[in-house]
Design a protein around this ligand. Structure first.
Ligand code: SAM
Ligand code: SF4
Length: 384
């Protein structure tokens, strides 16, 4: 992996640093737009920051059964370092929203302190968190009090056996208690993330949606991406967005949500219950009763939204990733620990984002072919 050049030593004060480069790609020009701009006219304003690579579940589409080798504690950003990096993003680079993720953010003992410090520094910043929900029942109220705005909980099945098969842990009850507690604590709108796996939980998708709608949760189905540590992903086996729409249309009528998508990864649909006897998949909106809520479909593989991507990612060990599928990452934390100034760190971040690829290329043919190279990092090690 290319690494950024070293910065000035703490005792000598920050020295000018050469630009972050990738072989064959022109460096960011002096007249590049402000903020986290790239070569293709996009600007990242949505920051995903991983708090840890550790996790207490072993979802088959993410982690191997035996887990991964965790980062050493000293390699992971401290709370203070996180607050400084977020501050640079918000104050110098135009970041407008923050999502905390992992690994599993709830396993960090200082989570509420980190959120409290971020909130104090940025009273208006939307701060959300993606979690597997284990232990959230005990922590939701404290996280809300610390300043967390909203929560996403991953929930792939409501059946104990299926949940346990997918996550390799028998924790469904704890996750459901966590979802309820998040709602009760005022961390809504609560969004639920589900990855469908063929022959395991795909048939359950309409009942999962019905359950979410009844409770006022917004369910989003995510196409499985080739980011599992086991490298078991195949295009043939993944459930596509088209299949998800077809599965749901057995019980519901979906019509495009009139609200603007506005760079969101999920395509949203308004949901109505399909009336008995109505099988027309294109039944006109309104012909099947009132809108019950919305559902999102994140079609990263088959209907990618790279041209409108607004994300910048920081891994738990402080590396900048411009894309989930980047094969390049740039070390921000190392520079910070060597004494770089906020301005120098901001410049490195801009350099790295300038190199963001145009698209991840997953939608192209040949993912199952030998020439497709899956990224080294699994989803848990990037921060999904
Ligand atoms: N542990 C937390 C959780 O599960 O919500 C946060 C981190 S997890 C990596 C973030 C999201 O990535 C989850 O919603 C999870 O379902 C999703 N995810 C993990 N591996 C994935 C894959 N291979 N394809 C698509 N989504 C994946
Ligand atoms: Fe853990 Fe989230 Fe990955 Fe599941 S998806 S193994 S909960 S990091």
């Amino acid at each position: 992996m290319p690494q950024l050049p070293e910065g000035g030593a703490p005792d000598s004060g920050p020295q000018p640093l050469p630009a972050a480069r990738l072989a064959g790609v022109p460096a960011r020009p002096a007249d590049a737009p402000a903020g986290l701009a790239d070569r293709y006219g996009r600007r990242a304003t949505d920051m995903r920051l991983s708090l840890t690579d550790k996790c207490n579940l072993r979802c088959t589409y993410c982690m191997p059964a035996e887990g991964l080798e965790w980062l050493a504690k000293q390699a992971v950003m401290t709370g203070e370092e996180i607050v400084r990096i977020v501050g640079i993003g918000v104050n110098l680079l135009g970041v407008r929203e923050l999502r905390l993720t992992g690994g599993e953010p709830l396993v960090r003992a200082d989570l509420a302190d980190i959120i409290g410090a971020l909130r104090q520094a940025h009273p208006e910043l939307p701060i959300s968190m993606t979690t597997n929900g284990v232990g959230l029942d005990r922590k939701a109220a404290a996280l809300k009090a610390a300043g967390l705005t909203r929560i996403n909980v991953s929930l792939d099945s409501l059946h104990e056996e299926t949940f346990t098969k997918l996550t390799r842990r028998p924790f469904l009850d704890r996750v459901l208690a966590g979802v309820d507690a998040a709602w009760a604590a005022g961390l809504g709108p609560v969004k639920l993330n589900a990855v469908l796996m063929r022959g395991i939980n795909d048939a359950e998708s309409p009942s999962l949606l019905a359950w979410a709608l009844e409770r006022g949760y917004e369910l989003r189905f995510i196409e499985q991406m080739p980011l599992d540590a086991d490298h078991g992903w195949t295009r043939r086996n993944m459930i596509t967005a088209a299949e998800i729409r077809e599965l749901l249309s057995k019980e519901f009528v979906l019509s495009p949500d009139p609200r603007a998508r506005d760079g969101a990864p999920a395509e949203r649909f308004e949901v109505r219950r399909r009336t008995a006897g109505s099988t027309d998949p294109d039944a006109a909106a309104g012909s099947d009763g009132p809108v019950l809520g919305t559902v999102g479909i994140i079609a990263s593989v088959t209907e990618p939204f790279c041209s409108d991507c607004r994300r910048t990612r920081i891994t738990a060990e402080g590396k900048i990733m411009s894309c989930l599928f980047s094969r390049e990452e740039f070390d921000l934390l190392g520079l910070l620990r060597q004494g770089a100034s906020d301005e120098q760190l901001a410049e490195r971040w801009q350099d790295a984002m300038w190199l963001k690829p145009k698209a991840h290329g997953m939608d192209h043919v040949g993912l199952d072919a030998p020439d497709f190279v899956q990224p080294d990092r699994s989803m848990s090690a990037i921060g999904g």
